[in-house]
Design a binder for this molecule. Sequence first.
Ligand code: M6R
Length: 364
Amino acid sequence: EKGGYDHFMLKEMNEQPEALKAAITGRIKNGKSILSEINNLKEFITEKLRKIFVVACGTSYHAGLTFKYFMNRYSKIGVDIEVASEFRYMNPHVDENTLVLAISQSGETIDTLEGIRIAKEKGAKVITISNVFGSTIPRESHGAIYMNTGPEIGVAATKTYTAQIAILYALGAKIIELTQGSNDEIRDILKGIEEMPEVYKKVLKLNERIKELAREYVKFQHMMYIGRGFGYPTALEGALKLKEISYIHAAGYQAGELKHGPIALLDEQFPVFAIIPKDSLYEKMKSNLMESKARNANIIAITTENNNEISQLTDEYICVPQVHEALYPLAMAPVIQLFAYNVAILRKLDPDKPRNLAKSVTVE
Ligand code: M6R
């Protein structure tokens, strides 16, 4: 059932070209969102929608944060986001003009479930993105979008994370089209998602190189992931993957926050993992790398192919193909996943069953 792979996690990471294709089939075509699951909410979206509130945990939260960056850039409707365990106890500002978007791979996470119950009581409409057909959260929602990636067995969310982002962008594009009309840039982004399975085939081939990096960095006790803009949720997700399966202390920060505290941690024992695509914040990220280098931190970077100066800024780097700025969270995801996987293997840990964690968190 592991299809010849040593672990489910490795199998599931390698399934990402097909899983992503399955997730967008019937939802994105020729750069257009044809998502039909929200047809019953069209009137609500065009007439009433004023705000979107995303509720999720863990990796699903990071997909939601990526969506927030996407919508803040392209949509006139503001997006708020909170982890579900906070949302449910915070008297969240949602009402009958709010769309609450629950993201849950399992569809059973108790905090997310309680979150949507509160949102419904306050009159909000709820759409859930889930991978498990008929699970509780989508059943209790006004609309459900199933990821169609096939079951994910490894505790670490991998193929469902990338499928979530692709579906969230399709949903966002639909909302933008309904509320402000169509837009060429969004069309390019959606076309880029349709090309992503081919990009994944290339990115997955980087595994041998990623293994080498893992061998060099497995000795460290800590790792600081940094990014800006669309790169920030990727930094958080990179840190989560590493800590949950390799038990190395890792944290993700907005690179601009370094000088407000975290940079004090950096030295030759505390390396940095930088998410630095060639995007509109590239120059800003470059300064952050220089600041880190000045503290003698070792630096690994993921950047865009044909970045000629990256070798001077970093100790090690990995390049992914050039994509639209909004799509680096998709293009770079397999790299952070494979890095965490390889570190866990070198530490002789079972990445499918990390200690203290369950695939589906149904108790508070
Ligand atoms: O099933 P859900 O998407 O609601 O699960 C949320 C988190 O528990 C989950 O993403 C967790 O963080 C993963 N183990 C991360 O790899």
